[in-house]
Design a protein around this ligand. Structure first.
Ligand code: NI
Length: 289
């Protein structure tokens, strides 16, 4: 495998290999490495696309990493964010997704070359009593100190879940089903398209991905957003992976890879936020089909 450049502080390169530490206290690089390794192992398409771009000579920069959770105080955005705040992130904008009953916040690192972190949470009070009861039953199984640990954002799933409960959750909220099945880990990494040198546009990258056999999420069009809102995004459809449930193994959608091109604001600075209308459609990349 090709190592991508001298700076492990940028992006999710394979240069991280070998620096993983099993300690409770994590550095920024440890946390980023664990998130990437977990994500790329669970989702073979992410590593394959990463390698495809590297083979063209690209050096991949991460625009952002996204995580999903429920708004229960034990696991909420504020709870998950602590591990990132400890290594230099601060909270920025917030976003509402009324129809999907989601709230989100993004976080930026002191070093602007580091990926942004986007964390969303399902607003349980807006969901049915049945969904709330099922989610509470999962969270009641959390090991005592798990969410206090520095690796809480990449702890995975630490509860038993039946396939019937997964399906019941997903029938009401695809998002609720995803978090129940996968727990705490990166939902997606995002290639910063501006840093690519062999594609003139996001559209050109999309064409290359399709030619290589990757299906893109076309809900709301392949490209979400436009230069008018200073952000264009696209994403693959989630990998289908085998997941163990308490009553057997089933194939369900896991994670997708996202691509973002940012445009300068009138001030000349690149827009660093997110566009709720675009993200709303991108959430659907993990829907069951
Ligand atoms: Ni994203």
């Amino acid at each position: 495998m090709i190592e991508s450049g001298p700076s492990p502080r940028i992006a999710c390169s394979e240069a991280f290999r070998g620096i993983e530490k099993a300690s409770h206290t994590m550095t920024f690089d440890d946390l980023l490495y664990k998130l990437w390794d977990d994500y790329a192992t669970l989702n073979p398409q992410a590593r394959a696309i990463h390698n495809l771009l590297q083979a063209r000579g690209e050096r991949i920069v991460n625009d952002h990493i996204a995580l999903r959770t429920y708004d229960d105080p034990r696991v909420s955005i504020d709870r998950l964010a602590r591990a990132f705040e400890k290594v230099g992130y601060t909270r920025q904008e917030e976003y509402d997704f009324e129809q999907k009953k989601l709230f989100a916040r993004h976080f930026e690192h002191d070093d602007p070359n580091q990926p942004k972190v986007f964390i969303s949470e399902l607003q349980l009070a807006k969901c049915s009593d049945a969904l709330r009861a099922k989610v509470a039953a999962l969270l009641d199984q959390l090991p005592g100190d798990q969410m206090q640990r520095d690796d809480a954002p990449v702890a995975g799933r630490s509860w038993d879940l039946s396939f019937a409960d997964y399906e019941a959750l997903a029938a009401e909220s695809e998002y609720a089903g995803w978090v129940a099945a996968f727990g705490f880990r990166a939902n997606h990494f995002t290639v910063f398209v501006n840093a690519l040198t062999t594609f003139e546009s996001l559209q050109a990258l999309n064409t290359c991905l399709k030619q290589n056999g990757y299906a893109l999420n076309d809900s709301g069009g392949e490209v979400k957003g436009s230069p008018d809102v200073f952000l264009e995004q696209s994403s693959t459809l989630a990998d289908q992976v085998e997941v163990k449930f308490s009553d057997g193994t089933h194939v369900i959608p896991a994670c997708y890879y996202e691509f973002a091109r940012r445009y300068p604001l009138p001030s000349g600075e690149l827009f660093q936020g997110f566009v709720a209308k675009s993200a709303d459609k991108i959430f659907e990349s993990t829907d069951r089909r």
